[in-house]
Design a protein around this ligand. Sequence first.
Ligand code: CA
Ligand code: CA
Length: 268
Amino acid sequence: MKKNKMEATLFCGCGIMFPISKCTSVLSVLILSTLVAVGDGTSPKVFTMPGETCGYTVDYGDQFKVVSQQIPHGEEPERTSYPPNVSCTIIFRTQPGKRNFLRLSNFEVETSRFCARDGLYLYDGGREVSENLLSANKHALCGTTLSLPNYFVSTGHEVMIKFVTDGSNNSYRGFMVLITPFTEDEYCSGFTCHLTKRCITMKAMCNSEYQCEDGSDEPPNCHLLNAGFRPSCAYCHWSLLISSWFIIACQRLLAGSRLVPSLCTTRL
Ligand SMILES: [Ca+2]
Ligand SMILES: [Ca+2]
């Protein structure tokens, strides 16, 4: 491989691309890949509460989304409610050795003392015992002033979610919980969240769901990730940024422990 020469210049692999230069103002870049062009990530499988999964265990998923069902509110079609008299429990179990990151959003549930009327229970593990509740106050979550987003992390590979409503005053948005299994492996075969270093599935990247606390799984240049190609190396990602016809910048987005983004720019 010859550097700094345009004729038959070839670069491949996961390193930082060497500087290239040319004496004219035109530079052609051809990206070749035998791999499948990447689209967006994969949306999590959605579970509704109440729904047909209530009372069951969902095994071995890599990401889940749990939402409260919404039904028309009486004679006011512009308003919706969650259904009355719900008691729905679902256990989500990912692969042993993994843990679960839960992100709670769109939260609006009737306020009551100890959330005894309507409430969302997030359990660490598959047993419905109060000491396993992930909420700091060790009772259900309810209300409309919960500071959002709210994050919870399980200690093992199972979490149980329970949604309970009573027979009245249910005209609220309910909730949405994203469950994203993760490991803390130094050598991540998926995507490593920049801040927490948690390793999540590559399917969670660029799927329009924020599954890292810092949002690093949804970078602003998702559409340019790897210049449109999935990398053969899991530990680096290339984006090709063309700011004008004579400036080419290639930015290396690093995952794992070597998180120091670098930028190389070629000016001709
Ligand atoms: Ca209620
Ligand atoms: Ca995501």
